[in-house]
Design a protein around this ligand. Structure first.
Ligand code: NAD
Ligand code: DAU
Length: 331
């Protein structure tokens, strides 16, 4: 099977490629990635001989058309992915997340290629802290940020291309991922690398916001389950019942790294900051028999800390510029 992986040099896409090469020798992987500030070819160094890497933009219709024509499956990870950036400059989010997805959909429509669309639980907006409810595939779309609204837009394009043109597509909406190879702008790697640098972790607002954490390896096994056994046109929510508030995440990182549990700073809040995300993954578990392998968030976090300690050469080049950007936002 020939698989085109867009965004394969980013966090989740690179982990998907590494997992696929490791576990599926029958799959030929081609990565299409523009190598924006978020992409790093070094993430794929260990599999460079086993894959084809194409540097290019998913909005480049001619390039995309040629690559899709040679594929049996497209798994679309490429995106502008960071909420804080989208609040600063939404423009690349509209371009990549909406126009890029449109470009891919037109190509898979033309060539009759199976398509899996990677999306986020943020399309559903947020939940109250004391609400027992979780997001389900029937929750109405209600995105809050420029990032999540462009992801919601891209999901709706996929649904329309399935219904109007018979495109063979599935969609997954996943909760917050953690694990190796995540950019240091994101919450968990930012705090781990801050502690390594002797800098106090930074919590937005009061730290009460809740995210539903899943290990990136579990996200990617779910993607393969959906690609292989999912129903065309269907939406699958991916989550591993990992709700934790941000303050507890920071306290756990500090504890695992041998620091006092209160050695963090509260900083100004993100505008429009979503309060809580929580996923009901019943459909994925019951219909496709998927189960997460990473049972303990604390153990997964400890392994992630070990990875950042052992791979400073990977993250160090991006740390200074990332913190300079946050400094201009006062966070
Ligand atoms: P990331 O920012 O780490 O990686 C994005 C990748 O896309 C980078 O390699 C970048 O170079 C590439 N890219 C960006 N614009 C491009 C363009 N125009 N053409 C080609 N390549 C381009 O993102 P991530 O965290 O790995 O997220 C991957 C996907 O998963 C996204 O679609 C995101 O919305 C979704 N998602 C992420 C999470 C999470 O917790 N990180 C959770 C649920 C869903
Ligand atoms: O829910 C899935 C989404 O998870 C994905 O669609 C996004 O691509 C991904 O970036 C992530 O979005 P979040 O905005 O939830 O992730 P982030 O890592 O930016 O922040 C996680 C939480 O931590 C959020 O409540 C904001 C908070 N935070 C973040 C940073 C960077 C802090 O308190 N301090 C920080 O320094």
């Amino acid at each position: 099977m020939r698989v085109l992986v867009t965004g394969g040099a980013g966090f989740i896409g690179a982990n998907f490629v590494l997992q696929t090469v490791r576990e599926r020798p029958d799959v030929q992987v081609t990565v299409l990635d523009a190598l924006t500030y978020a992409g790093d070819e070094a993430s794929l160094a260990s599999v460079a001989d086993a894959i084809t890497f194409v540097r290019g933009d998913i909005c480049d219709a001619a390039l995309v058309d040629g690559l899709v024509a040679q594929s049996d499956l497209v798994v679309h990870f490429a995106a502008e992915s960071h909420n804080d950036n989208s609040l600063h400059d939404p423009s690349p989010f509209v371009q990549t997340n909406v126009i890029g997805t449109f470009t891919l959909l037109e190509a898979v429509r033309k060539h009759g290629v199976r398509y899996h669309h990677i999306s986020t639980d943020e399309v559903y907006g947020d939940l109250e802290l004391d609400d027992p409810a979780k997001f389900t595939p029937d929750t109405p779309y209600n995105p809050s940020s420029p990032y999540s609204s462009t992801k919601a837009s891209s999901d709706l394009l996929v649904r329309a291309w399935v219904r109007s043109f018979g495109v063979q597509a599935t969609i997954s909406n996943c909760s917050n991922n953690y694990g190796p190879l995540q950019h240091v702008e994101k919450f968990i790697p930012r705090q781990i690398t801050n502690v390594i640098d002797g800098v106090r972790p930074k919590l937005y607002g009061t730290g009460q916001n809740v995210r539903d954490w899943i290990h990136v390896e579990d996200h990617n096994t779910a993607v393969w389950a959906i690609v292989e056994r999912g129903r065309i046109g269907e939406t699958y929510l991916i989550g591993a019942d990992g709700e934790v508030d941000n303050k507890t995440v920071v306290e756990t990182i500090l504890d695992l790294m041998g620091q006092d549990a209160d050695a963090y700073d509260l900083v100004s809040d993100r505008p429009g900051h979503d309060l809580r995300y929580a996923i009901d993954a019943t459909r994925l578990r019951d219909e496709l028999g998927w189960q997460p392998q990473y049972g303990s968030f604390r153990e997964g976090l400890a392994a992630t800390i070990d990875w950042y300690r052992a791979n400073e050469a990977w993250w160090r080049p991006r740390k200074e510029a990332t913190e300079a950007k946050y400094a201009t936002l006062g966070r």
